[in-house]
Design a protein. Structure first.
Length: 138
């Protein structure tokens, strides 16, 4: 009986670990388009939270909306090379796009009737925090 108890005590952590979900953070492939791969791999080791934030940022910090010109409203125009596959971090790096902390930032997409709308920094933080809470609960 002692041997069985000892076996159970030693084996239980391994059995429990085998049953738990293992959630390994993977950098979105678009991060490698925006940043050097060595940098991304270093962040995976030293600051995985930033990778998680950027992964979320890629799809949840912006939207494309219809643009209907109004008198007196003008936005800075930008060219998006691949309109169907937007990598927002690459666009920020190559075009120098900026996000405002309090207000949405809007850019007109050349040769279209569309605008690129960044949510404000505050709104993005709210969305990201909500995402983290849902992730922990589920």
């Amino acid at each position: 009986m002692r041997k069985f108890t000892l076996f159970l005590m030693l084996a239980l952590p391994f059995l429990t670990f085998g049953q738990s979900k293992i959630n390994v953070l993977q950098p979105d492939s678009r991060l490698f388009e925006a940043y050097d791969s060595t940098y991304i791999l270093t962040l995976m080791d030293k600051n995985p939270f930033l990778i998680e934030r950027w992964n979320f940022y890629l799809d949840n910090s912006w939207k494309v909306a219809d643009f209907s010109p109004e008198k007196g409203v003008s936005y800075e125009s930008i060219t998006i090379p691949d309109f169907e596959n937007i990598n927002i971090l690459s666009l920020e790096n190559t075009l120098g796009l900026k996000r405002h902390h309090e207000l949405p930032s809007v850019y007109r997409i050349e040769n279209t009737n569309k605008i690129l709308v960044f949510c404000s920094g505050k709104e993005f933080i709210r969305r990201f925090n909500e995402h983290l809470v849902k992730k922990r609960e589920g």
